[in-house]
Design a protein around this ligand. Structure first.
Ligand SMILES: O=C(O)CCC(=O)C(=O)O
Ligand SMILES: [Mn+2]
Length: 220
């Protein structure tokens, strides 16, 4: 019940900017990949509101991973939301989804509008400062299928996003700055041929929230 009036307010604000033709878009020319970047998919006004709400409303958790037999904290907080039963395993962490909240459903609707697809889950990451990060990996878990389609939204502090080719070390790293309200799309063979990371930085950084919308096919 707590969300009803807030959500109504957000809907009014967001309905005004549901058209996309004016949006700035960059199609990256990267071999063995399909990467598209919208630096301002959400307006600053929308992004500020969403950042605030996700920060307080999401059920953030501190996951741990085993490293040389020792349990260590992941250098970020995470949360997994989605349709019931769409469980997902990464870094040996099995995540059961929490049901969609009103603000997540609004973001999902905006993402699906441009994707012309529907997503059944979203992984959220909270980078509290420059020491939080995600290290080199591909989003290539079997549940995502052969050509994973990832719609990745960022709010808050700008962070570098780097990509490196898995097999051809003559190819240079690709680097993007993920801005407040941006949308990064990775599809086609991107996950098969490239890894990506958000490196740590010693610069002082505002908190950042990232959402990656995914289509999971449960294998169990
Ligand atoms: O924070 C980001 O932009 C990337 C997050 C990511 O790669 C992931 O959650 O798989
Ligand atoms: Mn990833």
């Amino acid at each position: 019940m707590k969300y009803d009036t807030d959500t109504q307010l957000s809907l009014n604000l967001w309905q005004q900017s549901a058209h996309t033709p004016h949006l700035q878009v960059e199609q990256l020319s990267v071999p063995d990949a399909e990467i598209i970047f919208y630096p301002s998919y959400f307006t600053v006004e929308e992004s500020n509101e969403i950042l605030q709400r996700l920060f307080t409303e999401v059920n953030w958790q501190q996951d741990k991973i085993k490293c040389y037999g020792k349990e260590i904290n992941l250098p970020r907080l995470t949360a997994w939301y989605g349709d019931a039963g769409k469980c997902y395993t990464y870094s040996k962490i099995k995540m059961n989804p929490i049901s969609w909240t009103p603000v997540l459903l609004l973001i999902k609707k905006r993402v699906e509008e441009i994707a012309q697809l529907s997503f059944n889950s979203v992984l959220l990451n909270l980078y509290r400062d420059g020491k939080d990060s995600v290290s080199w990996h591909s989003d290539d878990e079997p549940e995502l299928g052969k050509y994973p389609i990832i719609y990745s939204i960022s709010f808050g502090g700008q962070r570098k996003f780097q990509l490196r080719h898995k097999f051809d070390n003559k190819l240079k790293k690709v680097e993007l700055v993920l801005t407040h309200g941006s949308l990064l799309i990775m599809k086609g063979k991107t996950q098969e041929y490239w890894q990506h990371q958000i490196p740590k930085t010693s610069k002082s950084m505002m908190p950042r929230i990232n959402l990656t919308f995914r289509m999971i096919n449960c294998l169990t």
